[in-house]
Design a binder for this molecule. Structure first.
Ligand code: ZN
Length: 160
C-alpha cells in the first residue's frame, strides 16, 4: 500500500469513528472555533489537573469536512495525558507541519497523515481549526488561573 493510500485511509478512519467525540460536562477549559471558508465547526473541552497542569480529559465535538474532523480526532489522541507545555509544543509542531516544514518538535505518527494538506492552502485552515481552538482553551484556562491566583494573593495581603 502506498503511503498516500495509507494516509487517506487513516484520515477516513478517524472521520468515521472519531476519538473522544462529545463534550465534557464539567470542563475546566473549553473553546469553540469556526472556519467560514469551509463551514467547519469545532468545540473542544478539557479536564486539567491544576497542580501539574496536565490534561486528564479531552473531547471534541463539531461538524465539518473530513480533514477537519480527522485532525480534531487525531489531536485528542495526541494530547492525552500531556502537560500544557507539551501540548503547546505539539500545537507548534503541527503548525510547522502545515507550513510544509519539518515539525518543530515531537508529533505522533498518525498526524503525519495530514502532512499532504500543506500542499492545499485552502484546506490548511480545516486541519488547523481544532488546534487553534485547543490553544484558545488553554490560553483562557491559564488566564483565569492567573487571575484566580492574583485574586487569592490580594485577599491574603488584605488579611495580613
Ligand atoms: Zn474543512
Amino acid at each position: 500500500m502506498s503511503l498516500e493510500l495509507l494516509y487517506r485511509d487513516l484520515i477516513l478512519e478517524h472521520q468515521q469513528s472519531p476519538r473522544h467525540f462529545g463534550r465534557i460536562a464539567e470542563a475546566d477549559a473549553e473553546a469553540e472555533a469556526f472556519n467560514p471558508m469551509c463551514g467547519d465547526r469545532v468545540h473542544i473541552s478539557l479536564k486539567i489537573e491544576p497542580q501539574e497542569k496536565k490534561i486528564v480529559g479531552q473531547a471534541f465535538e463539531g461538524e465539518g469536512c473530513s480533514i477537519c474532523m480527522a485532525s480534531a480526532s487525531m489531536m485528542t489522541e495526541e494530547i492525552e495525558g500531556l502537560n500544557l507545555d507539551e501540548v503547546e509544543s505539539r500545537v507548534e509542531s503541527f503548525r510547522s507541519l502545515m507550513k510544509g516544514e519539518r515539525p518543530s518538535g515531537e508529533l505522533g505518527e498518525d498526524i503525519l497523515a495530514l502532512q499532504g494538506v500543506a500542499q492545499f492552502p485552502v484546506r490548511i485552515k480545516c486541519a488547523l481549526l481544532a488546534w487553534t481552538c485547543l490553544k484558545d482553551a488553554i490560553d483562557e484556562w491559564r488566564e483565569s488561573k492567573k487571575s484566580r491566583e492574583t485574586g487569592e494573593s490580594t485577599a491574603d495581603s488584605k488579611g495580613a
